[in-house]
Design a protein around this ligand. Structure first.
Ligand code: SGN
Ligand code: CA
Length: 541
């Protein structure tokens, strides 16, 4: 055994535990041999992508695309049907995952406010408890990440082609396509950079499929012959939902033909608002990449210009253009997940590694006529979660309980045998996934603060139970919405003033108050956050 261990170049944790037991017994000499069981700490690979709608993961059964590698995580472990975020926007969601706390507790309430890296986060706790830790890809939290032995992250949103990264505080540009560069950096850390005698945490976070959905060369034509039918509520009239009516995330009205839909005509005739911004992204490509890009898009541009589409026809054309590019960027993400899963398998790390796949929030793929996120409506409030850990999670586990992104931190700490700080607001999912939970929460709480801002989604907070959802939109509006998700899963009917929902409405108000007390939120905190936001944005009250 020892010989075999010493000959193994790729030492993994299980070998090291055996080795330490062996050496311990060796040093016992004549003393009675004691069976020593060193509990092995699991490795953690936390995979996150940016804006990945659960509708665009084949394991969730929406039939839009094929993601065999992401699906594999759920097949070999658990899939969560009711995973939600605390705040459906990038940086606040990431801050909640790291700290295990709601936005109003960790201070990162919107994408604008700075993140305080000095506070506790689960990576710091794991690091203190013997873990080797790395953060690779998009984090969107300004400042040097704390809690990581290695970090190689995107500045802000990052770029699809020739991306910049900040490696342990030093900026450099990588050739190639962002999703592959991120995967290569992650694999390189796993293979050559980490200390192999320690359990590890790898946060492997993709930019894709974030706007402005630029596919890699290999997938430019993927699903080209497929025509997507928009969701049934694509032409929503937003009746009795004024906040939904005033957003600026409509595929028809707000999606930029050039920036979002790549109609960068060489003649320069399509002069859209964000043309210049897209030109800069296009210019990051090499000549070879531009040739492949143009070969695909130029004929589509010519066809588009010849058709003079309007109204519903234009809306459906835009929806299809959007879906094609969005889904193509996901294919590269799925390939990367496959490479990482294969690496774990080939290097004997599969059994002792927890792998999680999630997104920083959900995304609209035409529901209510939208792209983007922010709202507490299902498509953006919900997020995909798949988790595998062969030692404790049975293959094919399906979780229907309400779970939230604040649960990741306590879950990882629990699996790692590290104390969970009493100020963490999430719950460990360990008992839920290994089938030992006897009770679970019956409601989750949500907040959103980034307004007035891009996409114009108004400030709101709310509560969701298994069946109902109550939302309060405030600031320059005062509107309550109530949904019966069993009868109205696509949230088209605001039942707040329906007589038959009077008692449900009262119960949901009680639930909301319970949540606000439990987590420590209040109107006074909202007011404070609003004042700070308006002064940073220089907006007069
Ligand atoms: C950018 C996007 C928005 C998006 C936000 C937040 N515009 O500002 O469409 O809602 O990010 O996204 S873009 O023109 O820069 O693409 S988040 O995921 O980072 O929160
Ligand atoms: Ca995001």
């Amino acid at each position: 055994m020892a010989k075999q261990i010493l000959n193994t170049t790729k030492l993994n944790n299980s070998y090291l535990v055996v080795l330490s037991v062996f050496m311990l017994c060796f040093s016992c000499k004549d003393e009675a041999k004691v069976e020593v069981e060193t509990p092995q700490k699991p490795n953690i690979v936390f995979i996150m992508s940016d804006d990945h709608a659960y509708q665009a993961i084949s394991a969730y059964g929406h039939g839009l695309n094929n993601t065999p590698n992401i699906d594999r995580i759920g097949k070999e472990g658990a899939i969560f049907n009711k995973g939600f975020v605390n705040n459906s926007i990038c940086a606040p969601s990431r801050a909640a995952m790291l700290t295990g706390k709601h936005s109003f507790k960790n201070g990162k309430v919107d994408n604008i406010r700075p993140f305080n890296w000095d506070q506790d986060n689960f990576a710091k706790a794991l690091q203190k408890n013997g873990y080797e830790t790395a953060l690779v890809g998009k984090i969107h939290l300004d400042g040097l990440p704390q809690g990581f032995d290695y970090s190689n992250v995107l500045p802000g949103q990052g770029q699809y082609y020739s991306p910049d990264f900040i490696e342990n505080g030093v900026k450099k540009t990588y050739p190639g396509y962002i999703t592959h560069v991120t995967t290569d950096i992650a694999l390189d850390w796993l293979d050559t950079k980490r200390k192999k005698d320690k359990p590890f945490l790898l946060m492997y976070h993709q930019k894709a499929p974030h706007r402005t959905w630029m596919p890699e060369e290999k997938y430019l034509t993927l699903m080209d012959s497929v025509t997507f039918n928009p969701p049934a509520n694509f032409f929503d009239d937003y009746e009795d939902r004024p906040a939904a009516a005033t957003q600026e995330m409509s595929i028809y009205k707000d999606m930029d033909l050039v920036y979002d839909l790549k109609m960068l005509d060489k003649e320069g005739e399509l002069k859209t608002k964000y043309r210049g911004m897209f030109q800069k992204r296009y210019d990051r490509m090499t000549d070879e990449q531009k040739v492949a890009w143009d070969a695909y898009y130029d004929p589509i541009i010519a066809d588009f210009k010849s058709r003079n589409l309007e109204g519903k026809d234009l809306a459906i054309w835009k929806y299809n253009r959007y879906m094609h590019d969005y889904l193509r960027t996901i294919q590269s993400v799925d390939d990367g997940v496959g490479q990482v899963l294969d690496y774990l398998k080939e290097n004997g790390l599969e059994e002792n590694t927890i792998v999680v796949y999630t997104s920083d929030q959900g995304f609209y793929l035409g529901e209510h006529g939208w792209f983007d996120k922010r709202f507490m409506y299902e498509e953006s409030f919900r997020t995909p979660i798949l988790m595998k850990y062969p030692k404790e999670i049975k293959a094919g586990t399906v979780i229907d309980e309400l779970v939230q992104n604040i649960d990741f931190a306590p879950t990882f700490l629990d699996f790692a045998g590290v104390d969970i700080d009493k100020n963490i607001q999430g719950e460990s999912l360990r008992k839920l996934v290994n089938g030992e939970a006897s009770e679970w929460r019956d409601a989750i709480y949500y907040t959103f603060y980034e307004y007035p801002s891009e996409h114009k989604v108004k400030r709101h907070y709310g509560v969701r139970t298994d069946r109902y959802k109550l939302i309060h939109f405030y600031y320059d509006i005062d509107k309550w919405e109530l949904y019966d998700l069993e009868k109205d899963p696509t949230e088209m009917h605001n039942a707040y003033n329906d007589v038959e929902y009077t008692s449900v409405r009262e119960d949901m108000h009680k639930q909301l108050e319970k949540m606000r007390i439990k987590y420590g939120d209040s109107d006074a905190l909202n007011e404070e956050n609003l004042e700070r936001y308006l002064s940073v944005k220089n907006i007069k009250h």
